[in-house]
Write a protein that binds this ligand. Structure first.
Ligand code: ARG
Length: 572
């Protein structure tokens, strides 16, 4: 693994200082003032164990580290060891790793093939797939890719919301006012229309609610008519969601949604009963969580029907037994924090020690300028519309600016969709934001298209480099990196070197924005290098070294974008 702190910690560890490698790595600092070194190691904490004054320890360490591998100058200043990296070796190291590992650069095997379930997207059928869902969808997709890259055996689950009393309402509404052709043409819009109408009419005719409860009970019993309608609503909705997933290039391994667990709940209730967790409350059954400062969790309703939380508990049990996960991740909005805290606690109380392997990964709210999104009030922005408009706008720009491409539609698709995904992943996931068309359609500044453009620019210079470029890309072995010691080359190489560390950190923190920001840094550093230096220099050795650095930068951008689920066009 390439990471300076790790490398330095490993060298310190060899000196037998009496601390673990992790601890040593944690002590390494990055000085504000780079004249104090690229890194600094304070020796205060070693004084006790080594029974020596810190400045003496620093001097001793400096002497022993000098001249090793990546280290250039090493200075002891008071209690600090100031470490300057050797530019040429660092550049060689970074380029060589990126070019030889290629598409695998940044990956690792820390996961040891352990199973990680990544549950994400999980929209509700017969409801709009709106801009709010984009977050779970693209954050989850990126987390899945990052975990797979880190050597975990991941499984992508879409926990579709396809069960619950609202389907009783939908069935009643369809039977009263529905029309087959409309549902086939525009499933979600039509079904949603019936559902909204149900609520309006039920105000005047409360008996509708009872009818709906009955319809849901029949559905739960598996009565053919209700079952068929429900299956049809589900199929039509999934077909529509599938369009969006295809546009985003996202796939799932399982669409086992809430309904999948309906016949697995009896057993779960039995287990809860056995542990004495269930309490009667006005005919319903609840788990009292007051001891943990949480409101009670409603497990079954008066009429015996189950709830969202009950199905989540059954799903977790099923996954554990079926897949034996090491981690079970839920990429779900922060509004559901309490829901997850409640049921994680419940499975803990059921004596299932793997409760701790379940992790809720929350993200902030997307609202609209005129308030929160509301399906009922018709205040929603459809995700498909956002993607289509982004592609359309990109198409106009591609034509207007005469962008270098032999396939306008393909480039417009790659860049338009990439822009939406990248913007979504560029900020920390927990941040709330207000959706704005202007922002999503703005491609200037720190955006996905800027990163994609940098990738295309590097690709273009490598094409122009011809045979020399092809040879340089074979690896750093015969190249002379003393020719590219300038600040912009060094800055770029450092970021390339740190890429694997960024991927690891993104995985540990479940934070794709760390990868997005790193890739942005590499793109900016590459453009600085491109601007400061003449890459296709006359001197053959210089040209080869510069092309190799451009190739390494292109590789990191490509790998980083790919982890985010963004394509990297060769031309634009
Ligand atoms: N369908 C739910 C919604 O749209 C999200 C499901 C989240 N996943 C879960 N296992 N509860 O709000």
């Amino acid at each position: 693994m390439l990471d300076f702190k790790e490398t330095i910690a490993a060298a310190l560890d060899d000196l037998g200082l009496g601390l673990g490698r992790g601890e040593l790595a944690g002590m390494i600092e990055v000085p504000q003032d780079s004249s104090m070194g690229d890194y600094a190691f304070p020796c205060f904490r070693l004084a006790k164990s080594l029974r020596k004054a810190p400045p003496l320890i620093a001097a001793d360490i400096a002497e022993k580290l000098a001249g090793r591998g990546l280290f250039g100058r090493i200075e002891a200043v008071n209690a600090y060891v100031n470490i300057f990296l050797d530019r040429a070796s660092l550049i060689r190291e970074a380029i060589s790793a990126a070019l030889t590992e290629g598409d695998a650069f940044g990956s690792s095997d820390v996961g040891g093939n352990r199973r990680v379930i990544v549950e994400f997207s999980s929209p509700n059928i017969a409801k709009p797939f709106h801009i709010g869902h984009i977050r779970s969808t693209v954050i989850g997709n990126a987390i899945n890719k990052i975990y797979a890259f880190l050597g975990y055996d991941t499984l992508r689950v879409n926990h579709i919301g396809d069960y619950g009393t609202q389907f009783g309402k939908m069935i009643v509404a369809y039977k009263r006012w529905g029309n087959r052709a409309d549902v086939e043409n525009e499933p979600i819009k039509s079904l949603l229309g019936y559902y909204t109408r149900f609520h309006e009419e039920a105000e005047r005719e409360p008996a509708l609610e009872d009818e709906a409860r009955l319809a849901f009970a029949r559905l739960e019993r598996g009565e053919p008519e209700e079952r068929e309608l429900w299956q049809w609503f589900r199929d039509e909705s999934l077909r529509e969601f599938g369009r969006v997933y295809r546009m985003l290039g996202i796939e799932f391994d399982s669409y086992a949604g809430e309904s999948f667990y309906s016949d697995k709940i009896g057993r779960v209730l039995g287990m809860m009963e056995e542990k004495g967790l269930l309490k009667e409350s006005e005919g319903a059954r609840i788990v009292d969580l007051s001891e943990w400062g949480m409101p009670p969790a409603l497990i079954t309703k008066k009429d015996g029907s189950t709830l969202y939380i009950t199905r989540d508990i059954a799903a977790a049990l099923y996954r554990r037994e079926e897949y034996g996960f090491y981690k079970n991740l839920y990429i779900v909005a922060s509004q559901q924090n309490l829901h997850f805290q409640q049921w994680f606690r419940i499975i803990g109380l059921m004596g299932l020690d793997w409760a701790e392997s379940c992790v809720h990964i929350p993200f902030g709210l997307v609202s609209l300028a005129d308030g929160t999104m509301s399906t009922r009030a018709g205040r929603v922005v459809f995700l498909e519309d956002v993607l289509n408009r982004a592609v359309q706008k990109t198409r106009e720009i591609v034509i207007e600016k005469k962008v270098n491409t032999d396939n306008v539609d393909e480039t417009a698709r790659q860049v338009g969709i990439g822009a939406v995904i990248f913007q979504e992943l560029y900020n920390g996931r927990i941040k709330d934001y207000v959706f704005s068309w202007d922002k999503v359609l703005n491609f200037d500044g720190e955006t996905g298209p800027y990163v994609q453009y940098s990738h295309a620019r590097a690709s273009s210079v490598l094409r122009r480099g011809g045979d020399a470029a092809a040879r340089a890309l074979e690896g750093a072995d015969g190249l002379d990196f003393s020719r590219i010691g300038g600040d912009s080359a060094y800055g770029l190489a450092k970021l390339i070197y740190r890429f694997p560390g960024a991927v690891l950190e993104a995985g540990e923190k479940y934070e794709p924005s760390i990868v997005a920001r790193h890739v942005m840094g590499v793109a900016q550093a590459f453009n600085r290098f491109y601007h400061d230096e003449h890459i296709l220099a006359d001197d053959g050795a210089e040209r080869a070294a510069k092309l190799a650095l451009a190739g390494a930068a292109r590789q990191v951008i490509k790998n980083g974008l790919s982890l985010l689920g963004v394509e990297a066009p060769e031309r634009m």
